[in-house]
Design a protein around this ligand. Structure first.
Ligand SMILES: *Cc1c(COP(=O)(O)O)cnc(C)c1O
Length: 384
């Protein structure tokens, strides 16, 4: 079946007891047993819950994975996957990794004796092998990355990681399985913050990991129940509901982003637009090869940090807020907001960077709102 059909039906047979078309929210912590150990596959909701099972089956299918494991947040998924690594082992991450992941690796795991190296996206694509050694257990990439929209060649990264005996994890939050399926390009694990496009409505925090490797899957299921970062039934249901419209939302996010990137690219008050859909983007060709379309995230460089900070507070439809991937358009200043935790990192977000999460409102309204904010920018720059 095609993606759109699986997004709506996979793992979601009508309820056997009542015929309910929509998967019920099984708001229960425990399940009655016929006799000791005799039950219908559910004994305690940290271990398994039917609403969560439906979500895991559906999302695994969309990623082309044999197994899916849902978590309470993207970082819950990340920390669980990091438990595949032992102290003394090395992890190589893409340099401009998500700020929260960097905080986790640098301030939680590194003091415990885990080793981390951060390698720029272009270097991972062309020369990852030179950064791997026998202690390297895992390579962690995002593509496109947050907030710089750097692109990594997933196939090249997977080949180099495997040749060195490491596994490749791809954070697919920006692309979603509708635009990019990392497992089909050789990745071993794909992770998500389902808070973003998968939930899609800025009303839930969640995470997910998928794999087709049975040994990794078994370990992840074990870690899911043992570490306990599980999503509740209602949160699972919200993500499940969001996914039903993922394909149609992503098409509109991409369409709007394409128009807005072109508009910004020709604007005098904008120094540089970072969007993989632009022919001049360094990752454009790789993105065109491994993605169905270029996504709904755009970053751009304003004339100065002061301009960037003022600009993001000037828009009306674009809301000044962290997070991304919802139906509503958001604007933010990564250096002071989402990526403040990387301020001391060698790959800190530029101080004049503005990040846009392009929503699915009327693109004309979105451009008009940006135009008002940018014209005021240009005017204030002239009077300085
Ligand atoms: C938001 C985000 C995360 C973290 O997910 P949470 O659900 O906020 O814990 C990880 N990676 C990327 C790329 C993100 O955008």
């Amino acid at each position: 079946m095609d993606f759109e059909t699986r997004a709506i039906h996979e793992g979601q047979e009508p309820d056997a007891a009542t015929g309910a078309v929509t998967t019920p929210i099984y708001q229960t912590s425990t399940y009655v047993q016929e006799a000791v150990g005799e039950h219908k596959g559910y004994d305690y909701s940290r271990v398994a819950n039917p609403t969560r099972t439906a979500l895991q089956l559906c999302l695994a299918s969309l990623e082309g994975a044999e197994h899916g494991v849902a978590f309470s947040s993207g970082l819950g998924a990340t920390t669980t996957v990091m438990h595949l690594v032992n102290p003394g082992e090395r992890v190589v991450l893409v340099a401009d990794v998500y700020g929260g992941v960097y905080r986790l690796t640098s301030q939680v795991y590194e003091p415990k004796g885990y080793l981390f190296d951060y390698v720029p996206a272009a270097e991972i694509t062309t020369n990852l092998a030179a950064h791997l050694d026998e202690r390297t257990r895992l390579v962690w990439i995002e593509t496109p990355s947050n907030p710089m929209l750097n692109v990594v060649d997933i196939r090249a990264a997977a080949d180099a990681a495997h040749a060195a005996g490491a596994i490749l994890v791809v954070d697919n939050t920006f692309a979603t399985p509708y635009l990019q399926q990392p497992l089909s390009l050789g990745a071993d694990i794909v992770v998500h913050s389902t808070t973003k496009y998968l939930g899609g409505h800025s009303d839930v925090v969640g995470g997910f990991a998928a794999t087709s490797d049975p040994t990794i899957a078994e370990r992840l299921y074990f870690l899911q129940k043992s570490l306990g970062a599980v999503p509740g039934p209602f949160d699972s249901w919200l993500v499940l509901r969001g996914i039903k419209t993922l394909a149609i939302r992503m098409r509109q996010h991409c369409e709007n982003a394409r128009r807005i990137a072109a508009y910004l690219d020709s604007h005098d008050a904008v120094e540089q637009v970072l969007y993989p859909g632009l022919a001049g983007h360094p990752g454009h060709e790789i993105a065109a090869r491994q993605m169905r379309d270029f996504g709904g995230m755009i970053s751009f460089l304003a004339a100065s940090e002061a301009e960037a900070v003022e600009l993001v507070a000037r828009t009306r439809i674009w809301k000044l807020a962290e997070s991304l991937g919802g139906v509503e358009s958001l604007i933010e200043h990564p250096a002071r907001m989402t990526h403040a935790s990387t301020a001391e990192a060698p790959f800190a977000a530029p101080r004049n960077l503005v990040r846009l999460s392009v929503g699915i409102e009327s693109v004309d309204d979105l451009i008009a709102d940006l135009e008002t904010a940018l014209v005021r920018s240009a005017a204030s720059a002239q009077t300085q």
